[in-house]
Write a protein that binds this ligand. Structure first.
Ligand SMILES: Nc1nc2c(ncn2[C@@H]2O[C@H](COP(=O)(O)OP(=O)(O)O)[C@@H](O)[C@H]2O)c(=O)[nH]1
Ligand SMILES: [Mg+2]
Length: 313
């Protein structure tokens, strides 16, 4: 029933599923005629599930229009329609990473501090390493004292090379060294950690620009991927961060973190609806193994598990 769903994703999304399906089970019991009042209640349920006001309004408006046009008549039709709509919002998403034609593929990772950048880099590096790829990490978040050490601990655990300099070093210089190392070692991937001080947007923009420039000097065409890390549990905040980072970077993919132990997984839908960039990976825990390829259909099935729906009385 869960198709390609892994246990980790099922577990991770359990609270989100509970929230959404218990709400939907109450208002969309199996086999009942849909009516205007139920559609109003649907709006509340989607809002409670953190799908976000804009996306909720859009979804409910389309349900209402389909109902008025008599294309959906029952609660079952409605449930199917909603699932299809959600899958459509997420449709281009998936865990494909760009690959450089030759030489190392460079992945630049950006995001606000605390969203889970460094942890997500560890997850990606582990995933790539386990797949037989060689990975070099660049510790270009040189701003915070603990940031470099944190990445170093991960690199040891995973068994990949890290290029680092002391705290306070020029992040672009670290990135350049790392690019040299990646080329010299014939590495498959170079993953660059960065600082995320969005309140100094001009400096951040300059810093990221410089990192990109110097790396592209050593590895033409870099970065091949620019991944924005967003804490999915922050909902509207995450959307705002995506908009702001989108102004300074050509983001090619999202890594949505902290989908474990939260009932706010519905936020993925709202984020994705308003940010026109595919979700590539999700984080479902704090270890390096807690990474999932994002699979739109599986995700919608996971938050919509139909057995949660009670039969009509
Ligand atoms: N539960 C959970 N915690 C996460 C996840 N990703 C990151 N974290 C935690 O979020 C906190 C900040 O992560 P960090 O990688 O240091 O964020 P950064 O400042 O963006 O580099 C740490 O306590 C991580 O363990 C996740 O997918 N699930
Ligand atoms: Mg960090």
């Amino acid at each position: 029933m869960f198709g390609k769903l892994t246990n980790a994703l099922k577990r991770g999304l359990a609270l989100t599923r509970e929230k959404l399906t218990s709400g939907l089970a109450a208002i969309l019991p199996i086999g009942r005629e849909l009516d205007a009042a139920l559609i109003d209640e649907l709006e509340d349920t989607l809002l409670t599930a953190d799908i976000g006001p804009r996306t909720t309004t859009k979804l409910v408006d389309s349900v209402r229009a389909e109902w008025k046009a008599r294309r959906i008549r029952t609660t079952d039709d409605c449930r199917l329609f909603l699932k299809a709509q959600l899958k459509a919002i997420l449709k281009d998403d998936g865990a494909t990473l760009a690959k450089a034609a030759s030489g190392p593929t460079v992945i630049l990772v950006a995001g606000v501090n605390g969203t889970g950048k460094t942890t997500s880099i560890a997850k990606l590096a582990w995933r790539l390493t386990r797949g037989g790829r060689t990975v070099v990490l660049a510790a270009s978040d040189t701003f915070r004292a603990a940031a470099v050490d944190q990445l170093a601990v991960w690199s040891e655990r995973i068994g990949c090379k890290i290029v680092r300099q002391p705290t306070g070093a020029d992040p672009a210089a670290v990135a350049y060294d790392a690019a040299e190392a990646a080329v010299a070692r014939n590495a498959d991937y170079l993953v660059i950690d960065t600082a995320g001080r969005l309140h100094t947007q001009k400096n951040l923009m300059a810093e990221l620009d410089k990192i990109k420039r110097v790396v592209a000097k050593r590895i033409p065409g870099a970065p091949h991927e620019t991944i924005l890390v967003l804490d999915a549990t922050t909902g509207q905040n995450a959307i705002q961060q995506a908009i702001e980072f989108g102004r300074i970077l050509d983001i090619t993919g999202l890594f949505l973190t902290k989908l474990d132990g939260t009932a706010k997984g519905g936020a993925v839908i709202g984020i994705r609806d308003q940010v026109r960039v595919p979700v590539k990976f999700i984080g479902v825990g704090e270890t390096h193994e807690d990474i999932e390829d994002f699979d739109a259909d599986a995700f919608v099935e996971a938050i919509f598990a139909e057995e949660g729906a009670a039969p009509a009385p």
